[in-house]
Design a protein around this ligand. Structure first.
Ligand code: NAP
Length: 500
């Protein structure tokens, strides 16, 4: 076996162990995964900062009716911690959050989390990071660390739509990502604005209990049916006895998602056509041709994030459900008025209007080497080196950073790959192989240029608006296969880093 360029650099560096002080920002599935890896390797001088009062990230913030993950739970878990406890193929939000919290507790990550704590600013001092934090009570403090890791999520800050008169509504307005459980929806008239994955998931459970549900859709969505399946006690007992079963499910679902959805997203071909056919066939189950026409999108399936649901079409055809496509003109105290002048009288407005996507660690500010700021490096939008690092920001890494394959496959799998890669650098720092490391500017530019050139083949650029696209129409995701992603982050190419 030949000696690679990276191996040569490894061998030329000094050896001798030390323990880094590490700060991880965010405790969603990415931050917890990073924390687990650090703890498993014995790097326990670790603090995780969490602005909420619970861990779980998106699975903490989202608690709306019908919340469910549309990635099979066996594939939405860490491959090295398969669970035998999943209750169904597509589990609900709280069950998923509990899995991640269970993992945080198992690896003693949980007790290292500082809840209700926001990181406001991070500054490279020349030898370490100074991180300014603020507690919910308003207390301010500065922490120091040798290695700083941001795992702040992608869809965090809710998008409150700018609809005239929304403030004047006499009933309740609730955003899907800040659900208000004190509002009893039984027998109420509810308007749902937005029909992405969230708005569509809500319709069935709302029609179960509400007097009337109006779905306000600006742009129709393609919907792929995904029949759910409960796992009984016998199946779970078997999985407990034979962990290989859970692993088998993991590998099977991973193969299906990567080969079917993942492939169709990045290039045209049989898988894109097959998903399209399945969606069109699903749409044909809507009996009323007028309703079917209103529900028919005019763009390629998967251009917007594909909505997966087996119960939306049956639910929207219920007598207490109504689809409104006329467009919202304004809101008044009694309800929502469409551009055609129709007033929908409502008790509750549910905003399923998404997020300010792709903000990563923003609005936190950062200053790297020679006074360079995050605003400087992201003036043309969030970019990074192979999704995990930033030039000019030494000993700083990201899990789920810019252009991670968030639209392509399971986020748990992405977090695993990125955190394993970051661990290589933590180990190298511990072995005194460097004091500071950051990716080279030219390597970062080369990576981004190649990536952007490949975006033209992806389904995201086939003519629709979605949260994947930035304001210049550039997708913020990954234009290649899962295999390439794992290969790219297998071994650090040290020649693409500035090491000292
Ligand atoms: P989204 O996909 O961004 O959808 C937002 C919806 O709100 C769209 O229908 C949009 O219409 C509409 N909207 C936004 N502003 C509006 C306005 N001013 N007036 C009228 N309509 C407006 O958000 P999301 O549904 O919360 O989903 C975000 C992502 O979260 C998903 O794509 C998915 O990745 C993830 N998610 C996953 C699951 C899961 O099961 N794993 C579940 C929920 C969410 P336009 O389309 O016309 O812009």
């Amino acid at each position: 076996m030949g000696v690679s360029e990276s191996d040569k650099i490894f061998q030329s560096l000094a050896v001798g162990k030390r323990k880094p002080r590490v700060i991880v920002i965010g405790t969603g599935l990415s931050g917890i995964c990073m924390g687990m890896r650090l703890m498993a390797a014995g790097y326990d001088d670790l603090i995780l900062l969490e602005q909420a009062d619970r861990c779980g990230g998106t699975w903490h913030y989202n608690q709306y009716p019908g919340l469910r993950c549309d990635v099979p739970s066996h594939y939405y878990q860490y491959s090295f911690e398969p669970s035998a406890e999943w209750s169904q193929r597509f589990c609900g939000g709280e069950e998923i959050r509990e899995y991640f919290e269970r993992m945080a507790r198992k690896y003693h990550v949980f007790e290292r989390i500082r809840f209700n704590t926001q990181s406001k600013h991070a500054e490279w001092t020349g030898s370490d990071w100074a991180v300014d934090i603020e507690t919910a009570a308003g207390g301010r403090e500065q922490l120091r660390c040798d290695i700083l890791i941001a795992s702040c999520g992608i869809l965090v800050r809710p998008n409150y739509p700018d609809i005239p008169g929304l403030d004047s509504f006499a009933g309740k307005v609730i955003h899907s990502a800040r659900w208000d459980h004190s509002v009893d929806l039984t027998g109420k008239r509810v308007g749902v604005i937005g029909n992405g994955s969230t708005g569509i998931q809500m319709i069935k459970p709302l029609t179960d209990i509400c007097a009337k549900v109006v779905s306000f859709q600006r742009t129709p969505q393609w919907v792929l049916p995904i029949p759910n399946r409960k796992y009984g006690d016998r199946g779970r007992n078997l999985a407990r006895r034979f962990p290989i079963i859970s692993k088998f499910y993991y590998v099977t679902f991973r193969f299906a998602m990567e080969q079917l959805m993942g492939r169709g997203i990045i290039k045209d071909g049989w898988s894109r056509r097959m998903v399209g056919k399945l969606c069109k066939k699903n749409l044909e189950t809507v009996a009323d041709p007028v309703l079917r026409a209103k529900l028919t999108p005019d763009y390629t399936p998967m251009c917007k994030r594909l909505v997966m649901s087996s119960d939306f079409y049956p639910a929207i055809q219920r007598p207490n459900a109504e689809l409104e496509r006329a467009g919202i003109d304004h809101v008044e105290p009694k309800g929502i008025v469409t551009k055609e002048g129709k007033l929908h009288e409502l008790d509750v407005i549910a905003l399923a209007t998404g997020y300010h996507a792709n903000e990563y660690m923003l609005p936190m500010t950062m200053t790297g080497e020679n006074g360079i700021t995050l605003d400087d490096v992201w003036k043309d939008g969030p970019r990074g080196y192979r999704t995990v690092a930033l030039p000019g920001f030494p000993n700083f890494f990201m899990v789920m950073g810019p252009h991670s394959p968030v639209g392509n496959f399971s986020l748990a799998s992405i977090a695993e790959t990125q955190s394993a890669y970051i661990m290589r650098f933590v180990d190298m720092w511990a072995e005194r192989k460097f004091e500071k490391v950051s990716p080279r500017e030219d390597a970062t530019e080369r990576f981004n240029a190649e990536m952007l050139a490949n975006m033209k083949n992806t389904v995201w650029t086939t003519g629709c608006k979605s949260w994947y696209l930035d304001d210049k129409g550039v997708p913020g995701s990954w234009p290649w296969t899962a295999t390439r992603f794992r290969n790219d982050l297998q071994d650090p190419r040290l020649q693409e880093y500035v090491i000292s």
